[in-house]
Design a protein around this ligand. Structure first.
Ligand SMILES: [Zn+2]
Length: 324
């Protein structure tokens, strides 16, 4: 709030202070998993906003943007407070693991808000929510394509059924500054979905991918978070949103029906028609296994870029433009 001490994990920041430290998650009786956290407690009252990155440990532009924001936001410029967790899944970051926590093979972004008595990753999710998200008024989760994925930047907001929360989430997505905005309707355990279900306006923002730390993708997130903080009154000034955002009523995901070698026939950002061939699976000898058809008409938002595919792996998603 900027009027009281804020404690997250082992970190306490008094009004007007920045504090850094860790959130510790007990794993069994002997080990702990740690998450870095920075609390910027403003000099004046206002909302508390939580920003996370590294929920998937190899999505580097979001991680870098969170680190930079944690170092640049100064309490005199902040109304309220900002809680930043720059790397949620430290074990995945350290191992350069895609999709899942290598400790238990669980994708943390499918198990929010977590379970304090569950598997390691579920305990991590529950701890993050208890310590950081529960005491926030709004939530921004920074992602990108994973090590084996390319994508066009987009934001996602969840339709929770609470109109006030959903309107606020959609507005946060609109001011972020990315042209493509996706509505999600099925709760798949994403952090932004769990936060919205708790009544916290929330978005997930995607920028960058393929394990590359590139400056334009970092800037998308730095500008986006700053825009949302201005929109919420945490920072002075007005957000700088895009002129004509494109809203997608859903994104249609395609999972691999075969393991083997994948040859895409489309690029990210390309418009495709339902049923259009978007790639082909071949076996280890180059013999064709199956052609892959687009599940919907729309825009290719993300595309797997590794030829090595296991059955069930995500292949691509197609954003379906919202009817007006
Ligand atoms: Zn991700």
């Amino acid at each position: 709030m900027g009027e009281r001490d804020i404690t997250v994990g082992e970190v306490t920041a008094a009004p007007g202070q920045v504090a850094r430290g860790r959130i510790r998650v007990a794993v069994g009786t002997t080990a702990t998993v740690e998450m870095p956290v920075v609390v910027i407690n403003g000099s004046r009252p206002g909302p508390t906003v939580c920003v996370t990155a590294g929920v998937h440990g190899a999505e580097y532009p979001g991680i870098e943007a969170a680190i930079r924001l944690s170092r640049s936001l100064a309490p005199p410029a902040v109304r309220g407070s900002v809680i930043i967790v720059p790397i949620v899944s430290v074990p995945a970051f350290e191992r350069r693991a895609i999709y899942v926590n290598p400790m238990d093979g669980v994708n943390i972004n499918r198990v929010f808000p977590g379970n304090p008595a569950g598997r390691i990753t579920e305990v991590m999710a529950a701890t993050l929510f208890r310590e950081a998200v529960a005491q926030s008024d709004a939530f921004i989760d920074l992602h990108g394509g994973d090590l084996v994925e390319a994508l066009v930047p987009f934001t996602i907001h969840y339709q929770s059924g609470n109109a006030a929360v959903d309107d606020a989430s959609r507005k946060m997505a609109e001011v972020y500054g990315i042209r493509y905005i996706v509505r999600s309707v099925a709760n798949k355990g994403g952090a932004y979905q769990a936060a919205a279900a708790m009544g916290k306006p929330a978005i997930l923002a995607e920028s960058g991918g393929q394990g590359i730390l590139d400056e334009p993708s970092v800037q998308v997130h730095v500008r986006g978070v700053s825009n949302v903080l201005k929109h919420l009154g945490v920072l002075e000034g007005s957000p700088d949103p895009v002129e004509r955002p494109v809203h997608f009523s859903q994104s249609a995901w395609l999972a691999a029906e075969h393991g083997g070698i994948f040859y895409p026939a489309v690029s990210i950002g390309q418009r495709v028609d339902k049923g259009q061939v978007v790639g082909e699976f071949r076996d280890w000898f180059g013999d064709p296994l199956a052609k892959v058809e687009s599940p919907a008409s729309g825009v290719v938002l993300f595309l797997v870029t590794s030829p090595a595919i296991n059955r069930g792996d995500p292949i691509l998603s197609v954003g379906v433009v919202e009817a007006r």
